[in-house]
Design a protein around this ligand. Structure first.
Ligand code: PNS
Length: 198
């Protein structure tokens, strides 16, 4: 019998309950699912690839057919190397659709044999994105119920370190310190604008 292997590529910075919901759904329809974290040197992520990998490994420990990996380069090339037949992507709202359709069609152009499968996470996660989770956490809001406990804890640790760094820098070199540190206070760290709120 043919076994279907899929990859679920993304940034996962950080992984959210929405991602977990999709992983659970994907694990039910594919024989094997590889959650693939993009190693993107151009981005300035909050969490390192290793941190994201560890969080995803803990979150998915209960799924026998789910594994975590990292990749760089084209998603279709990675899928081919992994001998996957499908790419799994989540669509939360119509606003995701245009970007996802464009990406799926480009991937099909690059690799016609590879299918993109869209799944919808539970409605309760339809507003949830990693970008918003980062922003809420950075501004001191509650992120409970948006991310698994382990991720919430890691976010709090990041915020504590960023705030200590801010305070220390401000004490050491005065009010301009945060400007000299790339103009971003840890607690006000800006996120780059993106086509899709991942
Ligand atoms: O979680 P994200 O940031 O929405 O994931 C986007 C991702 C990683 C799936 C996309 O940027 C991607 O596939 N990047 C790898 C490079 C690539 O294949 N680019 C062509 C896409 S058509």
């Amino acid at each position: 019998m043919k076994r279907i292997k899929a990859i679920y590529p993304g940034s996962f910075d950080p992984p959210t309950n929405g991602h977990l919901d999709l992983i659970e759904r994907g694990s039910k329809i594919f024989d094997e699912l590889i959650v693939a974290i993009l190693r993107n040197p151009e981005k300035d992520p909050l969490f390192s690839v290793n941190e994201r990998r560890q969080m995803l490994e803990s979150m998915t420990a209960g799924f026998d057919n789910v594994s975590i990996d990292t990749f760089n380069g084209l998603t279709v090339d990675y899928a081919l190397r992994m001998e996957a037949q499908a790419i799994l992507r989540g669509i939360r709202a119509i606003s995701d659709y245009e970007y996802e359709l464009q990406m799926a069609l480009m991937n099909r152009k690059l690799q016609p044999g590879l299918e993109t499968v869209f799944m919808m996470p539970a409605e309760k996660y339809s507003y949830l994105s990693s970008r918003l989770v980062r922003e809420v956490a950075q501004l001191g809001g509650s992120i409970d119920c948006l991310v698994p406990d382990l991720v919430a804890q890691k976010l709090r640790e990041k915020m504590d370190v960023a705030n200590k760094f801010d305070d220390g820098a401000a004490r050491e070199v005065g009010p301009q310190a945060t400007g000299q540190l790339g103009g971003q206070r840890g607690s006000e760290r800006k996120t780059k604008s993106r086509k899709k709120k991942s």
